[in-house]
Design a binder for this molecule. Structure first.
Ligand SMILES: CC(C)(COP(=O)(O)OP(=O)(O)OC[C@H]1O[C@@H](n2cnc3c(N)ncnc32)[C@H](O)[C@@H]1OP(=O)(O)O)[C@@H](O)C(=O)NCCC(=O)NCCS
Length: 400
């Protein structure tokens, strides 16, 4: 039996859509007890885009998908699958993906993938599996959120953080190494209630609990900000490091890091923990806020548009969010050829040794491991201090 050539899922097209309406920090100063200074210093966010009246996630998905399909040089009819990462679908049932399929005029399978802000990276990895297994050739992977619909605009602790957007990529089959080469998908359901919408699911059906839900605003996103902050600062760098280890690569070999755009302080911590300059981390959260499942693909598209990445580059993406979940993907843009391609086929460690040399790689790994241990100890110490300060504050509040 002849051996089938290895298949990869290359990114061949991309597109984005952000609604025109903008809410600035100055707008929030008029809506809740906050200031531009507080929002900027605690989050880095300046503006977020908000959907037009009547605009739904399916509409926004189509608007980001069409340019991606055009760039890939295919029509919706060529698609084998559509995955829409989304936590804010048009309806609870059906998932938004079938509506997108119909609006695009595609005739393939379609499903929604709900995994909070990690959803699009989960979807990218999932789509890659269908192509790599040889069963599909063209897949559209969309990340869309209309978070503004589920936010309590009187709650200053959440409303300033989120925005609406959509971004898409097309994946196509190739035999040359490309696309997702290594990944990590993670989940810790013990933190489910750190970031969740209490009502409208089976746990609290609207029909039965309507008054309680409305009186207590349980249809809106509830978040334990400091808990999520702690989780995010830990997982962003640690997940990227684990994915790099799988690839046998060092952080300095990555051309651009594309982190989930939730909070500048979380990204700055990740850069420190990876001992990489902040300018190797793509940042656009000041313009959009946290757009959940749209965040990483929107950053990817803008990195292409701004010439920050090109074919041949390696990017490392990482998202985290509700679930709690996280997902990292090491993505090869374009295709690699020649000796590098052969080395990837043999195994990633071989590829890395080829590019930087085995002795240098092992020496750097050892130094990194020591530095990681020291940094992790310091982070644990800081987290304990942070927890102690929170406990003291709670005690003071309950004493008053
Ligand atoms: C939300 C977040 C920015 C808050 O920052 P923080 O430094 O942890 O602030 P705290 O929650 O400890 O709150 C500090 C104070 O600021 C207040 N505050 C919260 N939001 C505020 C706002 N928008 N404007 C002004 N003050 C605000 C709090 O009420 C608190 O006041 P108090 O000390 O009088 O009680 C931060 O916790 C965070 O980014 N968490 C992760 C959120 C996230 O990324 N979620 C999505 C993940 S996908």
């Amino acid at each position: 039996m002849t051996q089938q050539p290895q298949r990869y899922a290359k990114i061949t097209g991309w597109g984005k859509y952000v609604p025109e309406k903008i809410l600035t920090n100055a707008d929030f100063e008029k809506m809740v007890d906050t200031t531009d200074e507080w929002i900027t210093s605690r989050t880095g966010i300046k503006e977020r885009h908000i959907r037009a009246e009547g605009e739904n996630s399916s509409d926004m998905s189509v608007k980001s998908a069409l340019p991606a399909l055009e760039m890939a040089g295919i029509t919706p009819k060529d698609l084998d699958l559509i995955i829409v990462a989304c936590s804010s679908p048009d309806y609870l049932v059906p998932g938004v993906a079938t509506i997108v399929q119909e609006k695009l005029g595609a005739s393939c399978g379609a499903f929604q993938l709900t995994s909070g802000c990690s959803g699009w990276v989960y979807a990218l990895v999932t789509a890659s599996q269908f192509i790599q297994s040889g069963t599909m050739n063209n897949i559209l992977v969309i990340g869309t959120e209309i978070l503004s619909f589920g936010i309590d605009y009187t709650d200053r602790t959440t409303c300033v953080l989120f925005g609406d957007a959509s971004a898409s990529v097309v994946l196509q089959a190739t035999n040359k190494p490309a696309g997702v080469l290594h990944y990590e998908l993670g989940s810790d359901g013990s933190g489910a209630k750190s970031l969740y919408v209490p009502a409208a699911g089976t746990a609290m059906p609207l029909g039965k609990h309507a008054k309680e839900v409305i009186d207590n605003k349980l249809m809106y996103l509830k978040m334990d900000g400091p808990e999520v902050f702690k989780f995010a600062t830990r997982v962003l760098s640690s997940s990227m490091k684990r994915t790099l280890d799988k690839a046998g690569m060092l952080p300095e070999q990555i051309d651009l890091f594309i982190p989930h755009q939730a909070n500048l302080r979380i990204i700055e911590t990740a850069a420190r923990m990876m001992r990489q300059p902040l300018d190797k981390f793509f940042i656009n959260l000041h313009k959009y806020g946290n757009t959940s499942a749209a965040s990483v693909p929107l950053a990817l598209v803008e990195a292409f548009e701004q010439g920050r990445i090109k074919a041949g580059d390696k990017v490392l993406m990482c998202a985290f969010g509700a679930g709690l979940t996280w997902a990292s993907a090491l993505v090869q843009l374009g295709e690699v050829e020649g000796a590098e391609a052969a080395a990837v086929e043999q195994g990633s460690i071989a590829e890395n040794w080829l590019s930087i040399g085995k002795a240098r790689y092992l020496a750097k790994k050892t130094v990194n491991a020591v530095q990681d241990t020291v940094q992790n100890l310091m982070m644990n110490w800081k987290m304990r201090q942070y927890d102690a300060a929170r406990r003291k504050k709670q005690q003071r509040e309950s004493a008053n």
